[in-house]
Each structure stands twice: as C-alpha cells, then as structure tokens.
Design a protein. Structure first.
Length: 650
C-alpha cells in the first residue's frame, strides 16, 4: 500500500511501534527548538537529569516571548539561556532576533526532518515538508538528550486544495476557512496533509502561514509536499542542498479527506474571542477599528509585511487608528529596511516594533479598554491581548492594512473599488534573504561554558510517586475550551516568574477565579473539573507544573487538548475523562474520591475508574493512557521516571 508524506517521514524515524492509527509510536527527533518562556524549565530539567550534551542534530534556544527587559528577571533568564545553550551545545538566538518559528524556518527547517519544539506553533515548517510537533518542555528536554519522542499515531487527513486563490484572498483565508469549517477542536488527534493541484500555486511562506495556524485547529501537525516552491525558498535562504523531494504515493490512503477550492475563498476574519469564530470580512464591515497590528509567527515574515507596506505606500494611517508592525524576525526588518520599506511605513504613520512575540501575549501594545484591535496573529482568546474586555479580530495583512487606511473593517476588494490605484499587492519573496546572522550564536562560537543563574531562577518542582488515594474538593468547575492562558496567563507581570514556580503558582487559574491558588493551598490539593478541550492553546508546561505544585491530583474533563494532556502525565496529575452528564452533576465544592487504589489501577492498565461524589453518588471516569504514560504517572512525572530509567539502565 502506498504511503502518505507523514508515514514516509515517520517510518524513516520510527524506533518503536507500528504506524497504526491510535497506537503509541516512538520516533527519533532530528531538531529541537525552545523559547524563553518554556526554555528555562527545559534546561533546568536537562541539568536535573544529569545530561551533559545535546544529542540532536540541531537544538536552538530562542528569546522571543519576553524580550523587553523591564527589570532583572527577563534579562537574567536570557543570560541563563545563553549559558545553557553554550554549556550544552545549542544555538542561541539573542532577544530581538525574532520569533522562534520565523528564525527557525530561516535557518534550520528542512524537508523530511523531524522537529520537536516547546511551543505550540512548532508545526510552522510543515510548509517546507518538515514533520514538526509542539510538545511540553520536558518532552523536548528528553528528546534533546537523545531519547525518542512518543506519541499516539494520529489520523492522517488529506486536505485537498483545488484551484487558485482569487485576488485579495490569501493563505490566511485558507486556514481561517479551515477553522470556520472544523472549529478549534477539528484537528485534535490528526495530522493535516495538504495535497492537490492548488498546492503548487502557494509559495513556501504562504504554506507556513497555513501550517502555523493548524495549531488553532488542535492538529498534532500540518504538512505540505515539497516541490519547486520549496526548492525556491531554500535557495533564497541559501540552503538549497537541504531540499528533498517528498510527495505522497499515488495510492496513499488517508483516514479522511477535506476539499478546499481556493478559487471560492474570499477575505475572512475571526471575530472575538475564538480563532474559529470566522465570517467573511464583508459581514462585519463598517466596525470602527482602534488598533491594527501586522506581525507574529503567523504573518510577521517579510512576505507578510510587504503587502501591507505596498498598500500603505503614499497613503496615511487613519488618524483614529494606530498601526503597529511587529516583524517576526530581525532578518525581515533588516531586509525591509534595506529596501526602503521601513521608511515608507514610518512615513505612513506606522509604529515599528522590535521582532518579538510581544503583543501576541499581551506584552506591549495592549488595546484601549472596550476597543477593537485587528491583528494578523493566530489567537484571539479573551484577555490574551492584556485586557479582559478586549475585542480582537484575526485577519490577513491585506485586511489589516485596509482597516488602517480607513479606520474601519473593510473588505479590501471594496476598498480597491473605491481607491482606483489600490491593487492586490500579491506575494513577493526577496531575491535572497541576505541579512546578518550576528544574533544567532552557534555552539562553536559559544561564549559561556557554565550555567549562570540569577536570584529569580528556582528549582524544578518534583512530585512523589502517585498516591493510592486520590480524593479532595472540586476546587474549580470550568467550562469548555479553557486555554493555557486561563491556567497560567502569559502576560508580562506573571510570566516574568516562569523560572520561579513557587511564585508563579500564585497566579494559577487567577483569570478564572482569583482565589484559586490560595484555596488550593489551604485545601492541600484537590481536583479540577472542566468541559471539552481543556488546556487548548500553548505548550506551556507551567499550566500543569503550577497546579501540581499547588497539590492538584486529578483533572476531570470531558476532553483534553493534546499537549496539555501530555503535560498532565508529565507532572503526575491524573487526567480522567468524564461524560457530559457526570460533568453536569458535579459542582464546585463537592468532595470527590476515586474509589479504586489509584496507583495500582494506573499501573495495572485499568481504564475505568469509579468516582464517588460527596460520599454518595458514583460515576465512571476513564483513563485513556499507554503503558508508558501510566508508568510516568505512577512515578510522579516524567522527570522522576526518566531519572529512574537512566539509573536502571546504569
Ligand atoms: Fe509568539 Fe504568539 Fe507565535 S506568542 S510564538 S507570536 S503564537
């Protein structure tokens, strides 16, 4: 039987298991990436495991989420990360050099290779034919130490692209259309493999906008075949020798198929406050816009900013609107500056930011209260912009620029009818991505050979073996689609404690209930109750580590997002699935007891658990876990488990 691209890459890297949907497989990892929010814990865990050198072909440490140096904490973290990269043999990208996915695609992404990253948008280089997966920090630590990465073999879904994009429709509209159809849960447990005649009309950067935002569908990864467009991009970044041909076999079999006719697409927009709340731009036209931001790992590349710059050439940003361009990498800024586009944008009234995640996680450029912000980003979860009552829309750079010009949401096709000299700027790649590499320090050029830790860098928290008795109060009942931003917000005032779990845990779930941390500590633990898709969003392992630190022993949810579910195992918290009726019957404050001997049940492979509520009513909850996941849980988490494994192996 023929193979899909995903199967070909997985087979090449397979060290354990069979490529059967739902079976656990172990794969070899060629490259890893981490960023400054998740990276400090990655390296502290690397140190705690007693590992002494990176074993993957490439390991790269980026500083992108918290580049502003408000006080010593972020700066200390960056210094620690540089020292860790130097000590253990990783590349180090200095703060301001750009967002991990942008810098990684420019320098390392390669077709046919595997990449594991402690950031949920790691699948971005799928647009270049790389199989790239986001994971929790400790999974990255272990892979960096040379161990396989284990994952349940996902379903492989063919997304067949027909036709070509019409004028003013963009790659962003392709992925917004996918979100409109499938929702933020539609990709869970799946790898989306793009095929069909429409693929060849999309440049590699456009493909990477689509694969980047496959994360919002909950997909494990997204991938494109390779062709002349891939070769062309690799040539322009000066790495043409890394090209490999990757196509599915003619008789490849997929678990499902989705057809998208590109020629049917039009400018789309995701309304507040979920990326799948998608409608045609024309449906919301006329709404006043206070702020426009072009940037992020989704649409912050040279190719994304240039169309906006062209639309603004000779025009001005509307006086009622503020427009910010936040490039995805310094390389993009440097090339745009050399070509004169930065000056053009500044003359039009654009405020140019450093290359950082920044506004995407509410660090800088926080919108005014009760205002509308249009962004080219990938997420608009409520409060993520830095204020609770935000109204963030997601769109293409073209729609964003049209709004900056008019001060309101407008379909760029309608604006083009009005302004005769406004044309669809299309996509244009630079002849050569010829920017300086001074901000990317190679392992050979490392300037440190020992770890440097500032006072805000704490120890890695550890949990004891899983208890036989798991019981406690339902500390919080939450609804569907709770994000990792709800669990541990990524805003500056909170995430500056990312290397100090004792302090960071005080903010756990504070966006849902600001008394949570105090109550959890007073109760000496307990359980959490949630609806569907619990833990969607980022790969942030702090969202499991902090509840663990506060004593949370189990989460009962109707379903879990993939990375967060893995993080719960990695930090010794029992993730149990319950049905809708059980969810409805249990309330916050109820006393829940798992009737079974939990340690024994977990290790023996038991799937159904009995939970007793308030000493009376009994319900069934399910633990769907592989033997390896059960061992990790029983050991109290992955760090303890990995250390024990290493000791056993001598
Ligand atoms: Fe950064 Fe936002 Fe992307 S936080 S990695 S720009 S999703």
């Amino acid at each position: 039987m023929g193979q899909t691209i995903t199967e070909k890459i997985l087979e090449d890297h397979l060290v354990d298991g069979d490529l059967e949907t739902g079976e656990e497989i172990g794969i070899e990892i060629d490259q890893v990436l981490t960023q400054d929010t998740t990276g400090t814990m990655v390296w502290l865990q690397f140190e705690a495991m007693g590992l002494d050198e990176v074993q993957t072909e490439i390991a790269a440490q980026y500083c992108d989420h918290q580049t502003y140096q408000f006080d010593f904490k972020n700066t200390d973290d960056h210094r620690f990360l540089r020292s860790a990269a130097g000590t253990y043999g990783a590349y180090f990208s200095r703060p301001g050099n750009g967002i991990c996915h942008n810098v990684h695609r420019e320098n390392f992404a390669a077709p046919g290779k595997t990449l594991l990253g402690s950031d949920s948008h790691t699948p971005t280089p799928g647009g270049l034919g790389q199989l790239a997966i986001g994971a929790g920090g400790i999974d990255v630590t272990v892979a960096m130490g040379g161990a396989p990465y284990y994952i349940e073999m996902p379903e492989i879904v063919e997304v067949r692209l027909e036709g070509e994009l019409p004028e003013w429709a963009t790659a962003k509209d392709v992925i917004l259309e996918m979100l409109r159809r499938l929702s933020v849960k539609g990709g869970v447990g799946k790898i989306l493999e793009y095929t069909g005649p429409g693929v060849e009309s999309l440049t590699a950067p456009e493909r990477m906008t689509i694969t980047n935002m496959g994360t919002e569908l909950g997909a494990t990864s997204s991938i494109f075949p390779t062709d002349e467009q891939t070769e062309d991009y690799l040539e322009r970044v000066g790495r043409q020798e890394e090209y490999v041909e990757l196509q599915p076999d003619d008789d490849a079999e997929y678990d499902d198929q989705i057809v998208v006719d590109l020629s049917d697409l039009e400018p789309l927009i995701a309304q507040p406050s979920m990326p799948d709340n998608v409608v045609p731009v024309r449906e919301v036209a006329g709404e006043d816009v206070d702020q426009v931001i072009v940037g992020s790992c989704t649409n912050g590349a040279y190719e994304d900013i240039l169309p906006a710059a062209k639309m603004l050439e000779g025009r001005e940003v509307n006086p009622t609107t503020e427009m910010i361009v936040a490039p995805g990498s310094k390389q993009a800024s440097e090339i745009l500056a050399r070509e004169g586009w930065v000056a053009e944008m500044m003359a039009a009234g654009v405020n140019f930011s450093e290359a950082t995640c920044g506004a995407c996680i509410g660090i800088g450029h926080v919108p005014a209260s009760d205002s509308v912000s249009l962004r080219t980003f990938n997420r608009n979860f409520e409060g993520r912009s830095g204020i609770e009552d935000d109204n963030v829309y997601l769109c293409s750079p073209e729609v964003a620029a049209a709004a900056a010009i008019t001060g309101e949401i407008v379909d760029p096709r309608d604006l083009a009818d009005e302004l005769e000299d406004l044309e669809d700027p299309g996509i244009e790649l630079p002849d050569e991505y010829d920017a300086s590499k001074v901000d990317l320090i190679t392992p050979d050029e490392a300037v440190d050979d020992e770890l440097v830790k500032g006072p805000n860098i704490g120890d890695v928290p550890l949990r004891e073996d899983l208890d036989s008795d798991v019981e406690g109060e339902v500390l919080l009942k939450m609804e569907d689609n709770i994000t990792t931003d709800h669990i541990i917000p990524a805003t500056q005032d909170i995430l500056m404690y990312r290397s100090n779990i004792e302090k960071l845990s005080e903010f756990t779930l504070s966006r849902v209930d600001d008394t949570f941390a105090e109550r959890a500590q007073a109760a000496d633990g307990g359980v959490l109750l949630a609806g569907e898709n619990y833990g969607q969003g980022s790969s942030r392992e702090h969202a499991a580590m902090c509840p663990m630190y506060l004593g949370v022993e189990a989460v009962l949810a109707q379903s879990f997002a993939r990375i967060h579910r893995a993080n719960l195992f990695n930090f010794g918290i029992v993730p149990l699935t319950i049905d809708e009726d059980t969810y409805a019957d249990i309330d916050q404050g109820d006393e829940v007891e798992i009737v079974d001997d939990v340690h024994e049940a977990v290790t023996s492979g038991q799937e159904e658990f009995t939970i007793r509520v308030n000493g009376d009513d009994e319900y069934t909850a399910t633990l769907d876990a592989s033997a390896r996941e059960r061992d990790i849980l029983a050991a109290g988490g992955k760090l303890a488990w990995t250390k024990a494994q290493a000791e056993e192996g001598g």
